[in-house]
Design a binder for this molecule. Structure first.
Ligand SMILES: *Cc1c(COP(=O)(O)O)cnc(C)c1O
Length: 347
């Protein structure tokens, strides 16, 4: 038996109140429709064990994952009838798994429809492709007799350009609307986070925000509505003084212009703090800014402590991680900035 692990030197600060408030804002902006939650990819990197209870407590009743392998962790926190699996049943094993657990598959093709019927059928969702050309049934597939055998709870489609003012949005909305007229279903759903802002024609009965729940701001219309949820925090592993002219880190990309006090934090690209932050990341300690110097390495990043001489080994720094700003600073998408966050963070 190993002794209890010592505390981590890396943690993700997760503002649960902000997460709940973001869901409520998106639910309100969804008008007559209810907001669900995309919690795929471990709730976009936050950790489904943290996010799902907060969302359920806030009032969320519909949860979406992509893979069957994501189901067990989610079922620890929400009932099976609240779960739909976006990738659908690719194999008979997937369909049997869905039947046994009581979660809904999202049917994406005639083959998947056939699989589901062969497994015994029952409530399912249906994804139709209205122009993104990813997964989903084509409109031409809808008259197939196997589709008439499905017991469709949610009729979904997914927008390709919801975060842009694009003519594609209205084109997709009208195809989704046409499908609503020809298929039996209980509820209809089209909008992701950005899609919610396109107005009531895009709401149906259920919306599927992901990014904005977790503090992402995909379009200007959400700017005043969404609060930051996640910030990485890392402990100082070591503090040292260097002389003018000494270099820092791999390939010596930073050379001290003067004598400096520097610190090494327990955060690196293996944790999702990519090399894009080299020489430009900012952190904070009690309101004061601390900047990243030199290259981010796998497990460590070096910071300039000249203006914060009181900081010691073991003290914590919080990374500036407002998603819209972090995205402009690095060129990484807000989605990538969230889902990159690694497994070594205490959550
Ligand atoms: C991921 C996903 C969403 C959530 O999208 P966001 O842009 O993160 O709000 C909604 N619907 C489907 C089908 C998805 O795959």
């Amino acid at each position: 038996m190993l002794p209890e692990l010592p505390p981590a030197t890396l943690r993700l600060a997760i503002d649960r109140d902000a997460l709940a408030a973001n869901w409520r804002a998106l639910d309100r902006l969804s008008g007559q429709a209810s907001a669900g939650a995309a919690v795929k990819a471990d709730a976009y990197g936050l950790g489904v064990a943290v996010a799902a209870p907060v969302l359920r407590e806030a009032g969320c009743r519909d949860f979406f994952v992509a893979h069957w392998q994501e189901v067990p962790a989610l079922l620890e926190h929400v009932p099976p009838a609240a779960v739909a699996v976006l990738h659908g049943p690719l194999t008979a094993a997937d369909a049997a798994f869905a039947k046994t657990c009581g979660v809904r598959p999202v049917i994406n093709s005639l083959l998947q429809a056939q699989r589901w019927i062969e497994a015994g059928g029952g409530p399912c969702d249906l994804m139709i492709d209205t122009g993104i050309n990813r997964i989903g049934l084509s409109l031409g597939d809808l008259p197939d007799p196997v589709i008439a055998q499905l017991e469709i709870d949610v009729l979904h489609s997914h927008l390709a350009s919801a975060d842009e003012d694009s003519a594609q949005n209205a084109a997709q909305q009208s195809r989704w609307n046409a499908a609503r007229g020809v298929l039996q279903h209980k509820r209809a759903s089209l909008a992701n986070s950005a899609g919610i802002t396109l107005g009531p024609d895009y709401h149906g009965n259920l919306t599927r925000p992901g990014l904005a729940l977790y503090g992402g701001v995909p379009c200007a219309a959400l700017a005043g509505e969404i609060s930051q949820v996640v910030a990485p925090e890392a402990a100082l592993l070591q503090v040292r003084n260097i002389a003018a002219g000494e270099s820092v880190g791999y390939n010596a990309t930073f050379v001290a212009p003067r004598a400096m006090r520097i610190g090494v934090i327990s955060l690196g690209y293996a944790d999702g703090y990519l090399r894009a932050w080299s020489g430009k990341g900012m952190l904070r300690s009690m309101g004061r800014s601390v900047s990243v110097i030199g290259r981010v390495s796998m497990d460590m990043t070096v910071v300039d402590l000249t203006a914060t001489p009181d900081l010691r080994e073991g003290d914590w720094l919080r990374v500036d991680y407002s998603l819209p700003e972090a995205s402009s600073a690095t060129g990484l998408s807000q989605y990538e900035l969230l889902t990159l966050l690694g497994r070594r963070f205490a959550r």
